[in-house]
Design a protein around this ligand. Sequence first.
Ligand code: R2B
Ligand code: URA
Length: 273
Amino acid sequence: MTIDYLYHLGLDSGMNLQGMFGDVRLVIMGGSKERALMIARQLTTDNTTLPKPIGRTDRYHIYKVGSCLSVSHGMGAPSISILLHELYKLLFVYAKTEAEFVRIGTSGGIGIEPGTVVITTESVNERNEAKQDLCILGRLVSRPTYLSPELIDKLYNISTSLAIPCRKGKTMSCNDFYESQARMDGAICNYTKEDREEYLNRLAGYGVLNIEMEGVAFAAFCFEKKIKCCMITTVLLNRLNGDQVKAELSMIGALQVLLRYVEESMTRSKEDH
Ligand code: R2B
Ligand code: URA
């Protein structure tokens, strides 16, 4: 039998992937390796040992705590796409399990104040379309984006019960942090302050609540593979007031909601057994 190398994860089908990952039910994905570790530490009940990443760690970090994986996906669509392909094969094909995927992160709000949690109901591209455009074999392939209404409602109810300021709505994904998000503080800016304002107000008119960089790729992949998924982010700044992210604001609100969700789903799955 030939071995399938999940190259960027440093895992392969010759390993006992079912033994290692067969019980995984929930995958939590965030941008950086530090966040993946922080989430793994929050999930673990044993405070004496530091969770250890599994596999290669030069691209992504994967931590396993019980039936949850905490994984870093890097920044932007290409990075999260590679991870999603390999994670899908790892879990759904080789480990023969089925898991929900949740992306947790940060975003820039459009008329939304810093600290607010946004739970995405619709993930749109830079043209306000709920689809991902890919170039495959030199041809344009469009995939719809999908986020699970059931998970959206569960997370929203949790944030309400915890009294965490939260909005449900449309999130725009951009392929860049600077020009495609209409920032004026990048190294290139060939538009005016008025152009920027007109654009951000137009987004507000479309009902866009926030901007980030991975949602469309995440939601389109999950649509294609029929994976239950949702996305929750904490807003770091209100883009109608500026561009600069001044402080290392945390994603605390989104994290509190997600940790409560994990707690509730783990209790439910124990009761089911
Ligand atoms: C949010 O924050 C990152 C850019 O700073 C990016 O990964 C995203 O989606
Ligand atoms: N992440 C983004 O992609 N944009 C922001 O403005 C903040 C976080």
